[in-house]
Design a protein around this ligand. Structure first.
Ligand code: UDX
Length: 421
């Protein structure tokens, strides 16, 4: 099939590359000409395991990137994969989705080739039917266009693996034929297909992320109680997770969830619920627990070393999770802000994420290694589960005092304390 992908970010680029891997002809439409050129050079502008190899295989042949919407006219499917960042009030900013819809409509104007527009961006339930469909039809001047909603369940860093080995493929559609066309694009992937309406598909995505985030906040709240009881929450959740109705995944207690999805999507669902006259107490508490959790690190630190004014604190790990340079909603951000508010000096280290964090906190020290950050420090907070941190035992001896608190279960050294273990 011929597929156009609007938006060459981590969802669009992975989707386009994997569709090329499945045998389709793919055109990625990017607003950023430099990003398009990078893709056409067979290089991924983002780090995703296995992505460069796929790009190199197909660029110039059946995978191309450009800034023009013309390829939409000759395509069977166009996927909307643009960002939906949080607006100030927590709701999703849909301006890029609306702009992409208008441009797709323009590209389809006066055409006769059957075409289905598929929304893959994470959008509030009701968006595809209420915003995308009218925008496309108005600008296309024709009404023989199909519509579908096909959410992604890609984890950053594992996106290629998650695309090619999904637990399920969700296809919401306005009519059977549109859904069948999208299902045909995924031929060759061995995964169950869920067929439903447009709005149900949008809600499956939001509810999935909200439930995963709920599992994390639940584990953290249980962990906080376990710590007071002197028991290990990891032992507890291992026993809980063996129930097949729970599953052992996403029960790892720690400093909370970050990333570009969980915080944004749960907040958008809260905002949507409130706009519909609901009071989403549980979802709001998932966010409240997540906001408070990282600050417990600073509270524990003050219990151990007293007033933080003038103390030097090493912060190991700045990315929102290991193996990425992405600091969006990283739990290290509220921790560093609170340390500075209490007058501590911060020495930060992260294998990949120092550069982006420097834009958030230009005034703190950035060490070239964990050892450099630890040297002379009065305490250490570990915020990201980088594998190299599990081998730091000797480096901790460089500290003035060996006060070590981990927000992720990663250290193997003696004398450490966990945020909730
Ligand atoms: C998430 C969803 O997993 C994915 O399906 C969706 O499409 C996008 O959002 P991602 O944000 O890339 O993916 O990261 P993920 O690996 O899910 O971790 C999210 C955050 O939760 C990280 O900060 C991680 O440290 C934290 N986390 C995860 C926990 O604190 N405990 C856990 O058990 C799992």
């Amino acid at each position: 099939m011929r597929i156009a992908i609007v938006g060459g970010g981590y969802v669009g680029l992975v989707t386009g590359a994997c569709f090329a891997e499945l045998g389709h002809t793919v055109n990625i439409i990017e607003i950023d000409a430099k990003k398009a050129a990078t893709i056409n050079a067979g290089r991924a502008p983002i780090y995703e395991q296995g992505l460069d190899a796929i790009l190199k295989k197909y660029v110039g042949e059946r995978l191309n990137a450009g800034i023009d919407y013309a390829p939409v006219a000759d395509a069977d499917l166009s996927f909307v994969c643009v960002g939906t960042p949080p607006a100030a009030d927590g709701s999703a900013d849909l301006s890029m989705v609306a702009a992409a819809s208008r441009s797709i409509g323009e590209a389809l104007r006066d055409g006769e080739r059957p075409h289905t527009v598929v929304v893959k961006s994470t959008v509030p339930p009701g968006t595809t039917a209420g915003t995308v469909v009218p925008a496309v039809l108005e600008h296309a001047g024709r009404d023989d266009i199909g519509f579908a909603m096909n959410p992604e369940f890609l984890r950053e860093g594992r996106a290629v693996e998650d695309f090619l080995h999904p637990d399920r493929i969700v296809i919401g559609s306005r009519d059977g034929r549109s859904g069948d066309t999208v299902a045909a694009a995924y031929q060759g992937l061995a995964a169950p297909v869920v067929r439903c309406g447009l709005t149900a598909a949008e809600m499956i995505k939001y509810a999935s992320n909200a439930l995963l985030a709920t599992k994390i906040s639940f584990s953290n709240e249980v962990g906080n109680v376990c710590k007071r009881l002197g028991i290990d929450v990891y032992e507890v959740m291992e026993g809980v997770g063996m129930d097949h109705r729970v599953s052992p995944h996403f029960l790892a207690a720690g400093a909370g969830f970050g990333g570009s999805c969980f915080p944004k999507d749960v907040a958008a669902l809260v905002s949507l619920a409130e706009s519909l006259g609901e009071e989403p107490k549980l979802l709001q508490s998932v966010l409240d627990v997540n906001d408070r959790q990282p600050l417990r690190m600073v509270g524990l630190l003050e219990e151990r070393i007293g007033d933080l004014l003038g103390k030097r604190v090493a912060v190991l790990g700045l990315a929102f999770k290991g193996n990425t340079d992405d600091i969006r909603e990283s739990r290290a951000i509220p921790v560093i802000a609170e340390l500075l508010r209490r007058g501590a000096a911060v020495a930060a280290y992260d294998p990949l994420a120092a550069a982006p964090m420097r834009r958030v906190f230009p005034g703190i020290d950035y060490a070239a290694s964990a050892a450099d950050a630890l040297r002379g420090a009065d305490a250490c907070l570990v915020m990201t589960e980088w594998p190299e941190f599990s081998d730091l035992n000797g480096a901790f001896d460089l500290m003035n005092s060996r006060v070590i608190i981990e927000g992720r279960r990663i250290l193997t050294c003696d004398g450490k304390e966990g945020i909730c273990w």
